[in-house]
Design a protein around this ligand. Structure first.
Ligand SMILES: NC(=O)c1ccc[n+]([C@@H]2O[C@H](COP(=O)([O-])OP(=O)(O)OC[C@H]3O[C@@H](n4cnc5c(N)ncnc54)[C@H](OP(=O)(O)O)[C@@H]3O)[C@@H](O)[C@H]2O)c1
Length: 330
């Protein structure tokens, strides 16, 4: 397993992060615990959960699994989604953050979270309020580093500027959807994160399973995540486009060349992509885990990466192409 520093921090995280969104749901508690131990035994140290995953069960299972190995784990969780049936049981307000950390620490059975992330931008709360509350958690030792997720680039840039102006803790990471199927971050977010050294930890690196080559062109399948997700990012309607099937064909072709599986090729491309720290991969079963973790022990060559870059890139658009055209040269 390889490691990288997370953003501007001195925190070394494994180049693959284990996502636990299905733990206690489609992944049984027994398999979830076995998966965490297998991941740690193979050198993985970075585990991502959230207060809302499987109604809190994911945090409980993660907490129980790592109890005897707490110091070797970089534990990431999130706050911001709705967790209580009252008007303040959601958001990135000081109140919900302070309530949220206590509930997460209780479920996780620990007295600190390594990386505490705002799950999605909150339009209602001033940035200063969110960052001051997070900074207080860092000062108190309940949280060690802070990150955000699902932000627009101006929202991240404003947050970084406010942290600097107010002398508050700064986001070290951004958890954003990014994969061969979704390169929206290339418009602005990627260059911002490179410029400001914010580590990108992409979610849905396999497009919810699409890039494993288990789905084919045609009607909506009746099995697997993409059969169920309606309106979510991994819904059949979003994933099953002509462009995405063309990308999948290229992934399958390269997987045959290198004698690896499509999932390993898709993850390896992402792990080696500039600006990406650690893809957060999901696995519903131990078999899927064993396949996906195999992405960490080989490297695609430059030519293979170029083919994947080309088939998946965004169309060239204004103002990016205009700015590039007038790049100064002396
Ligand atoms: N910040 C956010 O808003 C956000 C949003 C989503 C996720 N996340 C984080 O990112 C993590 C990963 O997200 P994700 O689950 O969408 O990622 P993903 O890795 O793109 O998809 C994982 C799913 O793909 C299928 N799959 C994986 N490996 C497979 C294999 N080898 N063969 C066949 N099918 C395979 C499984 O679905 P089946 O059940 O169909 O088998 C599995 O649950 C989550 O656990 C969570 O920690 C964060």
């Amino acid at each position: 397993m390889k490691y990288a520093y997370l953003g501007t921090s001195g925190l070394a995280v494994s180049k693959l992060c284990l996502g636990t969104m299905t733990f206690g749901g489609t992944t049984s508690e027994k398999d979830s615990m076995a998966m965490i131990h297998r991941f740690l035994d193979l050198g993985g140290n970075f585990i991502d959960t959230a207060d809302v995953y499987t109604g809190g069960q994911s945090e409980e299972i993660v907490g129980n699994s790592i109890r005897d190995r707490r110091s070797e784990v970089i534990l990431a969780s999130k706050v911001r989604m709705s967790t209580a049936g009252h008007v303040n049981g959601q958001g990135a307000s000081r109140k919900h953050i302070m309530d949220g950390i206590e509930a997460s620490l209780r479920r996780l059975g620990t007295d600190y979270i390594d990386l505490y992330q705002i799950h999605v931008w909150d339009q209602a709360t001033p940035v200063e309020e969110t960052l001051r509350a997070l900074d207080d958690l860092v000062t108190s030792g309940k949280v060690r580093y802070i990150g955000c997720s699902n932000y627009l680039s101006w929202q991240l840039m404003k947050s970084l500027a406010v942290s600097e102006m107010r002398g508050c803790a700064r986001y070290v990471s951004l958890q954003q959807q990014y994969s061969l199927l979704n390169r929206e971050a290339d418009r602005e977010m990627m260059s911002l994160c490179l410029e400001e050294n914010v580590g990108i930890i992409p979610w849905a690196p396999l497009g919810g399973g699409f890039l494993t080559n288990r789905y084919s062109r045609g009607p909506k399948p009746d099995q697997g995540r993409l059969s169920a997700a309606n309106g979510g990012e991994s819904s059949w309607e979003y994933r099953a486009t002509e462009k995405n099937f063309d990308i999948l064909e290229q992934v399958v072709k390269i997987s045959e060349e290198v004698n690896r599986t499509p999932s390993q090729v898709a993850l390896n491309w992402l792990m080696g992509h500039e600006g990406i720290t650690s893809p957060i991969f999901g696995a519903s079963t131990l078999e899927q885990f064993d396949e996906n973790i195999g992405a960490a022990d080989f490297e695609l060559d430059g030519e293979q990466r170029r083919h994947l870059d080309e088939v998946s890139c965004l169309p060239d658009e204004y103002p990016g192409r205009f700015i590039r055209k007038f790049k100064r040269q002396i």
